[in-house]
Write a protein that binds this ligand. Structure first.
Ligand SMILES: [Zn+2]
Length: 214
């Protein structure tokens, strides 16, 4: 079973946020809030990470999930949403440029988002930052007042950044996206893979931008 971490026990400003750690190729899954929970990314949704047992361990049942945000539509982040939709009826937020393969499966649950849109959560509003490069519809989610960034596969700890050689990837786009992210005030980075950065995340983002832009 994947490990579950109560991030609120590690950082005051993450009270109410939990991490279901992605194992193998599976993405991390972040759960924000409890009664009107918003889930950021969903893993591959197979036997490695069946999603529901972990959500239930967190006290989040089908009626408690209000939204799911996909940072992009790669299988390892997005396929778990179909397990969630077997029992719950959340809105599913995806950037319009990443909906090609999943729109028909999501039907009326799909909410197409754009740069500058806001996803409400119990804790803070999440600003949608369009950060193309890993895929053309990749997004990061920014909780401005708490200075928290959900960074998907765009930027990782220690100066790493997402691959841009996939089907809709672009080197120029990811460099530009990283540059935009350096302009945000970020203390906490919650990446799509690997462990969170709980303080000083802005420096990790600046390193990634320097590494990417050469
Ligand atoms: Zn990806």
């Amino acid at each position: 079973m994947p490990t579950i971490i109560d991030l609120g026990s590690e950082s005051q400003r993450l009270r109410g946020v939990s991490l279901i750690v992605g194992e193998g190729l599976c993405s991390n899954i972040y759960v924000i809030g409890r009664d009107r929970a918003v889930v950021v990314d969903t893993g591959v949704g197979n036997y490695v990470n069946p999603v529901w047992p972990q959500l239930e361990q967190l006290g989040v049942g089908p009626e408690d999930i209000e939204g799911v945000v996909l940072t992009h539509a790669h299988h390892d982040h997005a396929s778990g949403v179909f397990i969630i939709l077997e029992r719950a009826e959340p809105r599913v937020y995806v950037h319009r440029l990443d909906t090609r393969y999943i729109a028909s499966h999501l039907g009326r649950r799909l909410v197409r988002v754009e740069d500058g849109d806001t996803v409400p959560t119990e804790l803070w509003p999440l600003e949608v930052f369009w950060t193309p490069g890993h895929t053309e519809g990749s997004i990061c989610l920014y909780a401005r007042e708490a200075r928290i960034l959900f960074s998907g596969d765009t930027v990782f700890p220690d100066g790493y950044y997402g691959r841009y050689d996939g089907e809709s990837g672009s080197y120029e786009a990811i460099v530009n996206s990283l540059r935009r992210l350096t302009e945000l005030e970020v203390d906490v980075m919650l990446p799509g893979h690997g462990m969170p950065v709980l303080e000083g995340a802005g420096e990790h983002i600046r390193r990634a931008y320097r590494n990417a832009s050469g």
